[in-house]
Design a protein around this ligand. Structure first.
Ligand SMILES: NC(=O)c1ccc[n+]([C@@H]2O[C@H](COP(=O)([O-])OP(=O)(O)OC[C@H]3O[C@@H](n4cnc5c(N)ncnc54)[C@H](O)[C@@H]3O)[C@@H](O)[C@H]2O)c1
Length: 441
């Protein structure tokens, strides 16, 4: 199959690379010339484990290329995927569809024969029909179908998720479009990964419902964590005891500083708006958004408590700022709430992140970037573990405690058992959903 991928960000690039690995001929398009130049030089503009090797292999095989010329890539394509951003629209929480509709119009003008226009971006119910209208209006003689093919990959595990998905969801309305989509995903079908064919609206809903459910699961455990702290329970034990129930499952049951990232915040907001617009409020999702904001803000209170009531004049070392490990993505990361609050409170903040610096430097003004956790801790008044990169999972706690001015630890990912922290020489400790010690000192 000949495929054009419009939008070469986290989703477009991974999808394009993986489709080429399936054996299809793929051109990835982006309107950001710097991105395309980098890709043409063989450089990967994002951090995603394993991506570079699969990309290089398919470029070398002549199946994968990068271009800024949308018209040339779309001409003669069997399918054109729209994988542009759908961020939260300023002011009202809706998904901003301007990039999707602009892409649809450009695609319309470049069509040369029958083609399936596939929306991979996460879009509200009804968007695929709107895309069809935009295309027909821009090019009344265009021969095309639309298809909804929401993406479920996780940053940090994107290649594996794409190649070994729990399921692929395809919303189509014609047999012809279905046949094209079946050809594209044939390698997965042959390996018996489930492919769910449905209508456009259901496909669009599946993506929002799935993300809202996962965000609710995380938020539920974060709320339980707050209660555990009050009643003296340990959320780690509670999560384990709950997660062993097959109906609940142990995934997304790790308490932490609140969900962030490129998807959950904007998708929960968009779903809440969709519900309101259709006079069918998604009350659970609305509450999830509210509780998650509270959870993030509560982390700041924890750090202030850890520093004895004020962070003013204190040196705080923050380990990890990306919204999760194995990505350089900073979108809606809890660090964007927590670090500015520390800086605003008068703290001197040192930050270390294995991949977050490139993005984080613009987003976190007034912090010092360091390369090594031990250097970050030296002379500091508090150490905060914010993102659970592997690099931060086996630290020499005693060495850290010894080098700090006041050895205080906020383990916001519950990596280290409190007994180990105490034994290592820390005088104060807070975590999420378990009792801390040494507070108020
Ligand atoms: N990031 C994820 O983990 C993830 C997972 C599943 C679904 N999604 C969804 O996929 C979509 C894309 O997300 P992303 O994280 O890849 O976004 P992104 O911001 O990383 O990438 C979007 C890219 O589209 C390009 N673009 C915008 N308009 C264009 C146009 N008219 N022509 C060519 N290029 C254009 C931008 O320059 C950018 O490079 C969103 O709807 C998102 O919700 C994301």
């Amino acid at each position: 199959m000949k495929i054009a991928m419009v939008g070469t960000g986290y989703v477009g690039l991974v999808s394009g690379v993986c489709f080429s690995d399936f054996g299809h001929e793929v051109v990835c398009i982006d309107k950001d010339p710097r991105k395309i130049e980098m890709l043409m030089r063989g450089e990967v503009p994002i951090y995603e484990p394993g991506l570079e090797a699969v990309m290089a292999r398919n470029v070398a095989a002549g199946r994968l290329s990068f271009s800024g010329d949308l018209a040339a890539a779309v001409a003669g394509a069997d399918a054109v995927f729209i994988a542009v951003g759908t961020p939260t629209r300023r002011g009202d929480g809706h998904a901003d569809l301007s990039y999707v509709m602009a892409a649809a119009e450009e695609i319309a003008n470049a069509l040369t024969g029958y083609c399936v226009i596939v929306t991979k971006s996460t879009v509200p119910v009804g968007t695929n029909r709107q895309v069809a209208e935009v295309v027909s209006k821009a090019n009344p003689s265009a021969e095309f179908d639309v298809a909804s093919n929401p993406e479920f990959l996780r940053e940090g595990a994107a290649i594996d998720d794409f190649m070994r998905p729990d399921r692929v969801v395809v919303g189509v309305e014609s047999e012809r479009a279905r046949a094209v989509m079946a050809d594209i995903y044939r390698p997965l079908f042959l390996r018996e990964f489930p492919i769910v064919y449905t209508d456009l609206e259901s496909a669009e809903m599946i993506k929002y419902a799935a993300n809202a459910f996962l965000a609710a699961k995380i938020t539920f455990i974060n709320e339980m964590a707050m209660l555990c702290e009050k009643v003296g329970a340990d959320i780690k034990a509670v999560s384990k005891g709950m997660g062993l129930d097959g109906r609940i499952g142990n995934k997304f049951l790790h308490a932490g500083p609140g969900y962030g990232g490129s998807c959950f915040p904007k998708d929960t907001n968009a779903l809440a708006r969709i519900g309101q617009d259709h006079a069918s409020p998604c009350a659970i999702t609305e509450t999830v958004i509210e509780v998650n904001d509270r959870v993030k803000r509560r982390m700041v209170d924890k750090l202030v408590d850890l520093c004895g009531g004020s962070v003013n004049g204190k040196t705080v070392a923050v380990l990890g700022v990306t919204f999760k490990p194995n990505t350089d993505d900073m979108r809606e990361a809890p660090a964007l709430t927590i670090v500015p609050a520390l800086v605003g409170g008068g703290a001197k903040v040192r930050v270390i992140d294995p991949q977050g610096r490139r993005e984080g430097e613009h987003l976190l003004p007034g912090v010092d970037w360091v390369e090594d956790p031990y250097a970050a801790a030296t002379g500091a008044d508090a150490l905060v573990i914010l993102t659970e990169w592997n690099e931060f999972r086996a630290l020499d706690l005693a060495q850290l405690a010894q080098s700090m001015a006041t050895p205080r630890l906020a383990d916001l990912r519950n990596i280290y058992p409190p007994e180990d922290v105490r034994q290592a020489g820390f005088e104060a400790y807070v975590a999420v959903g378990r009792r801390g010690f040494g507070l108020g000192s």
